[in-house]
Design a protein around this ligand. Structure first.
Ligand SMILES: Cc1ncc(COP(=O)(O)O)c(C=O)c1O
Length: 438
């Protein structure tokens, strides 16, 4: 039966787009206003400072485009790089690979370092690459830019952006740093100023709890200076006229007016009401429960793709399948039988993992419902797991996990945010499951 004929609320548990809260939907359910009038200017002026807080900056400028994260990649690249400029990128998942491919397609010279899918960006490798390059600092081949993906949405791995910055500093390299925070922003700490990021980018449809449709960037002083005098031929993505018009609350094109009303509401909820440290702690708590559930399924041959506990994503978990089980089959069954949407395996891990999204507007009971649905779908597809084992492990994790904002900060800094209490045997930290690696 098609999922649209099922009664009850569909469970959208892909790692973005995420569920849009009723309040945000209502904020967008209104008449369109004149984007050159004073009401619109006031809206922009409310949004930009709230976005600065989500990015963790007092010095950089947020920029919005009616686009998706992919548009954010392109915007970031064409503003700061000239054709032929050299870029250092890492391939440790589908999105980091696609980010590098975007740069190649735009005519930049990309040095792509292959890592295992399931690994974070390795700061030691970064430092070594930059040190080797810095020896030729005046040669035209020197890297202009480092691309980093904070949260690899295909593998469920969080990289430590602070460590990336320290590696660049240790190599005494002056490359700019662009960070893709598409599936991290608004769900786990982002410290634009502290990490001295030059450009960060995200999309509206993940932690920001909006429908797809906005690329959300933040640009620092060095990136702004690079764009002033250089960059590539560009028009729509040129952020210079946007910065100029934004200062008065306007845009040089027709903005996505209603999405911006939604954005103001979502940011108010995250920044001023729940408050960011609690939002991050909630994500860490939900993620720990999902991992506990997968730990309880280990006897049935399931595992977690992320190779190290310290780098588990706070926003999604990529679950590896037992031999002989195609994850696409289980995902199709979950959707058609239970109205539960889960993320598919992308690229080289197609059919090998299913991804449980646990980000955005989400609570404990929704996570338990999702895990119950995953158990049912897997069991009905022939996986011999004990029904309820994962749900019970997640419940125990909730009971044991302190709702402590400090644990979320530790997660972003690459330290484990597991509950302080020693987990039961079924919830011991998992051993990662080896998969095809580049
Ligand atoms: C880490 C990451 N970067 C980039 C993208 C591309 O964003 P979009 O699909 O909004 O174009 C995604 C999409 O899921 C993503 O997860």
């Amino acid at each position: 039966m098609p999922a649209s004929h099922l009664s009850g609320r569909p469970f959208l548990q892909v790692p973005g787009p995420t569920n849009v809260p009723e309040r945000v939907l209502r904020a967008m359910d209104r008449a369109v206003i004149d984007h050159r009038g004073p009401e619109f200017a006031a809206l922009t002026k409310q949004i930009l400072p709230l976005l600065r807080r989500v990015f963790g900056t007092t010095t950089a400028d947020p920029i919005l485009y009616p686009a998706s994260g992919t548009g954010g990649w392109e915007a970031a690249l064409v503003n700061v790089l000239a054709p032929g400029d050299r870029v250092l990128a890492f391939n440790h998942g589908h999105f980091s690979a696609q980010f590098a491919q975007t740069a190649r397609n735009l005519g930049f010279d990309v040095d792509e370092v292959p890592l295992r899918w399931g690994q974070p960006l390795d700061p030691a490798v970064l430092e070594a690459k930059l040190k080797a390059d810095a020896r030729n600092a005046n040669a035209p081949s020197s890297y202009k830019l480092v691309l980093a993906v904070q949260n690899e949405t295909s593998t469920g791995v969080l990289s430590d952006v602070g460590a990336v910055r320290r590696a660049i500093d240790a190599a005494r390299h002056d490359a700019l740093l662009i960070v893709d925070a598409v599936s991290a922003l608004g769900s786990t700490p982002f410290e634009f100023d502290e990490w001295r990021v030059d450009v960060a980018l995200a999309g509206s449809q993940k932690g920001l709890m909006l429908p797809p449709g906005l690329a959300v960037l933040c640009i620092g002083p060095r990136a702004k200076a690079a764009a002033e005098t250089g960059g590539s031929p560009r028009h729509f993505f040129d952020w210079r006229p946007i910065l100029r018009d934004n200062a008065a609350g306007f845009f040089p094109y027709t903005p996505a007016t209603l999405l911006l009303f939604g954005l103001r509401e979502a940011l108010t909820m995250l920044v001023e009401e729940e408050r960011l440290e609690n939002v991050y702690a909630r994500h860490a708590r939900l993620a720990a429960a999902v991992r506990a559930a997968v730990g309880a399924w280990r006897d049935a041959g399931l595992g977690i793709l992320c190779e190290s506990d310290a780098h588990h994503s706070p926003t999604l978990t990529a679950v590896t399948m037992p031999p002989g089980i195609d994850s696409d089959t289980a995902i199709k069954h979950a959707r058609e039988r239970f109205g539960l949407s889960l993320g598919v395996g992308l690229g080289q891990i197609k059919g090998k993992v299913l991804r449980i999204g646990h980000l955005g507007a989400l609570n404990e009971l929704e996570v338990l419902g999702t895990l119950g649905g995953v158990e049912l779908a897997l069991r009905e597809c022939g996986v011999p797991l004990t029904l309820g084992a994962g749900v019970a492990a997640a419940q125990r994790s909730f009971v044991n996990a302190p709702a402590d904002p400090a644990s979320a900060r530790d997660t972003a800094r690459g330290q484990s945010a597991e509950p302080a209490k020693r987990p039961a045997a079924a919830e011991q930290p998992h051993r990662p499951t080896a998969l095809t690696t580049p």
